[in-house]
Design a binder for this molecule. Structure first.
Ligand code: FES
Length: 114
């Protein structure tokens, strides 16, 4: 098996079968891989949670582009997919927290609301 024979993509250096139609997450799950990144605080394993592009639990690096949602991207033969490291995951979470903070509006009693 190799990623150059048209039926596989690479995940952390291992060939994973693909039909070129389903998502990277689906192909990884079919190969028995349930998690491919860890949480930044406790290092807990994460893989697919929502499966529809909402939760960002399934982030991977695809052909060198970080922070791609594995549940939304088709697994193409020859792709090079890598698990996300803890540092990249922390950057994504911090960016999301900044956006949430910016969206808060100060209320008359000094509190905040969305
Ligand atoms: S599993 Fe939730 S965004 Fe991919």
């Amino acid at each position: 098996m190799s990623t150059s024979d048209g039926r596989y993509f690479s995940f952390d250096g291992h060939p994973i079968a693909t039909d070129g139609e389903r998502s990277i997450a689906a192909a990884l799950l079919d190969a028995g891989i349930r998690s491919w990144r860890t949480t930044r605080v406790n290092g807990r394993p994460r893989g697919v949670f929502c499966g529809i592009g909402v939760c960002f639990d399934c982030l991977v690096r695809i052909n060198g582009t970080p922070d791609q949602r594995a549940c939304l991207v088709t697994a193409r033969p020859g792709d090079v997919v890598e698990s996300e490291d803890v540092v990249k995951t922390r950057d994504v979470v911090e960016t999301r927290d900044l956006v949430k903070t910016r969206d808060l509006v100060e209320t008359e009693d000094g509190g905040t609301s969305a």
